[in-house]
Ligand binder design. Structure first.
Ligand SMILES: Cc1ncc(COP(=O)(O)O)c(C=O)c1O
Length: 395
């Protein structure tokens, strides 16, 4: 029989793959200035340090690290995550309440595996991170988008949706959100923890950008206000050490974490031991925060340069002014279409991601997301000049 007749699972119905990954294919042109990705700068990847650590680890514990490990994770990393979580995310947990995972992407997948039956409802911010919307869709959940403003998701609307729709989960990025760069206010963090317990909704709190702060005050995590165990916290070392190592973590109550461990057994058995051990060494040796401070200095300059140029960019009606993270979200004047104009921009040599992809229900064609971490100051100046040309000509 012709292989065109393969009967694919219905979970893929209507799912076409990440629009961002499709845009990346357009960008493989030499000289293209990309404001489209979300990668750390190559200058921020600590290759020499990791090489040294990996060599020491392999010489010292090679027979352990090259063997199969526990699905629950590399025990020293679980232990070093405990003080890290207390210090950086202001919540306490035991080592057996935190699970190292293969990028926080896997944490989202495992939470869905543990919680979502086809047809279940999941609340997401409107707009939100495309990658995790796709993960939720693959478990055949119904997405319920709730709008956000400068202070993050609107909690009054959220409560209405909790009350009337009985969702199983809320997926939320509280700090320097992807794609908007916005941060959820302290009051709303407290309120969300309270609503989760009141209405019995699991909160999947995804916080990979928190350490990339260039201004303003740190805020405690939603999980720090969670007395009853409704908040599952996902973290990642992708943006602050290396995305290629694929090390993240999930902190959740024991029963939920156990389901995720069982789910992980059949996903990848365990996260790569060597990569977990490198991250563990990074934490134990106190290398993380000095590294983060270094990279934040240049990211802050890059972001401020882009913000300054956006204020003078033709066709741009408004944009967010984040205090950290990797993204700025902007709106063109009403009637302009950022998805259509992307091709004109790519022809000129600059790219971004149209904002429509981040909205569960589409629309919002006049919005777009800009990333600044992967471009030098000169590239930002040149790229913004090209955007100004295209947008001014079409406004
Ligand atoms: C909000 C958010 N969550 C999760 C991820 C994925 O992180 P990881 O590399 O740890 O899988 C990203 C990556 O861009 C992200 O923006």
């Amino acid at each position: 029989m012709n292989a065109e007749n393969i009967r694919f699972a219905s979970r893929f119905d209507g799912i076409s793959g990440s629009a961002i990954r499709e845009i990346f294919k357009l960008l493989a042109v030499p000289g293209m200035i990309s404001f489209a990705g979300g990668n750390p700068s190559v200058d921020a990847l600590p290759d020499a340090q990791c090489a040294e650590i990996a060599r020491e680890l392999l010489l010292d514990k090679g027979k352990i690290l090259l063997q199969y490990g526990a699905t629950e994770g590399y025990a020293p990393l679980r232990e070093s995550l405990v003080p890290y979580l207390k210090d950086r995310f202001s919540f306490t947990c035991r080592a057996d309440e935190v699970l190292p995972v293969t990028g926080s992407t896997q944490a989202m997948d495992l939470l869905c595996k543990a919680l979502i039956d086809p047809g279940d409802k999941v609340v997401v911010e409107n707009p939100t991170f495309l990658g995790n919307m796709q993960a939720i869709r693959l478990y055949q959940a119904q997405l319920l988008p709730v709008d956000s403003d400068e202070d993050g998701i609107k909690v009054d609307e959220l409560e209405e949706v909790f009350k009337s729709e009985h969702p199983k989960m809320l997926y939320i990025i509280p700090t320097f959100q992807n794609p908007t760069g916005r941060t959820l206010s302290l009051e709303r963090r407290k309120k969300i923890a309270q609503l989760a317990a009141q209405y019995g909704v699991v909160v999947a709190e995804d916080d990979p950008y928190r350490d990339l702060r260039y201004a303003g005050q740190e805020l405690p995590s939603i999980k720090s206000f969670d007395a009853e165990g409704w908040v599952a916290f996902m973290g990642s070392f992708s943006k602050v050490i290396s995305p290629g190592l694929r090390v993240g973590f999930l902190a959740a109550n024991a029963a939920l974490l156990r389901k995720c461990v069982i789910g992980k057994q059949s996903s990848d058995v365990h996260t790569a031991n060597l990569n977990q051990a490198i991250v563990d060494a990074y934490l134990r040796r106190g290398l993380l925060m000095p590294h983060v401070e270094r990279i934040c200095q240049s990211y802050a300059q890059q972001m401020n340069t882009m913000l300054g140029l956006l204020s003078k960019c033709g066709g741009v009606a408004r944009y967010t002014r984040p205090q950290g993270g990797l993204f700025i979200f902007a709106e063109l004047q009403e009637g302009m279409d950022a998805a259509k104009l992307l091709m004109n921009c790519v022809d000129k040599g600059v790219a971004y991601v149209p904002g429509t992809h981040f909205y569960a229900g589409g629309g919002h064609e006049n919005t777009f997301r800009l990333n600044f971490s992967m471009s030098t100051i000169e590239q930002i100046e040149r790229g913004m000049a090209l955007l100004n040309e295209v947008f001014s000509a079409n406004s």
